[in-house]
Design a protein around this ligand. Structure first.
Ligand code: GAR
Length: 204
């Protein structure tokens, strides 16, 4: 059993964040949502955090002039709230080396495709679904992985395959993948909380 203290980093809509907040509220997930950090002061993710009564912070290159300072500020904010598991939930920036080192084996990312395919710089959000659709794939999916210093790179913790339908559009695919993301993120966190998945034992 692990007493999860979650710290979120999110850039946009925050629907994954919301799914996890809801699961904590309704008791499906035993975890505390401790802080929501965003690089985007106007993001819906920050609004969702505030409405749920979770402390929030806007940390970006607007608030900190160098990447190093920003990285340290993120580490400090997570430590201030005694976070023991960092959740990237639609965070479109590369996490800096201080945060990655301080929370090694304690940072998860969700990616809306079957890693290692459709990954790396430029592959985020809608761009991924566009590429998947234009390459005539039969399947796409969702991947949750541990985060290291590179984009979309660390060991895979959970993956879900999703069939692509002939009639799928960018929007329909994006929505279907998102709803699977919500389910997979909550289920994976439940397995971490129960000890079924031991992140510390995974070589990174
Ligand atoms: C999600 O599809 C997430 O997997 C993706 O951005 C979306 C955010 O949605 N993340 C990435 O592409 C990261 N490389 P949300 O803000 O509604 O959770």
């Amino acid at each position: 059993m692990m007493n999860l203290r979650l710290g979120f980093l999110a850039s946009g809509g925050g629907s994954n964040l919301q799914a996890i907040i809801d699961a904590c509220k309704n008791g499906r997930l035993k975890a505390e949502c401790c802080v929501v950090i965003s690089n985007n002061s106007k993001s819906k993710a920050l609004k969702r955090g505030k409405s749920a009564g979770i402390p929030t912070a806007h940390l970006s290159t607007k608030t900190h002039s160098t990447n190093e300072q920003l990285d340290l500020a993120i580490t400090e904010k997570l430590e201030e709230h005694k976070v023991n598991l960092v959740i990237l939930a639609g965070y479109m920036k590369l996490l800096g080396p201080s945060t990655v080192a301080k929370f090694r084996n304690r940072i998860l990312n969700i990616h809306p495709a079957l890693l290692p395919r459709f990954s790396g710089k430029g592959f985020y959000g809608k761009n991924i679904h566009k590429s998947v659709l234009s390459s005539n794939e039969k399947f796409t999916g969702v991947t949750i992985h541990l985060v290291d210093e590179q984009y979309d790179h660390g060991p895979i913790i959970a993956q879900k395959r999703i069939a692509i339908m002939k009639e799928d559009t960018l929007e329909s695919l994006e929505q279907r993948v998102l709803s699977h993301e919500h389910e997979l993120y909550v289920n994976t966190l439940r397995q971490i909380a129960s000890g079924e998945i031991d992140l510390g034992s995974i070589a990174l």
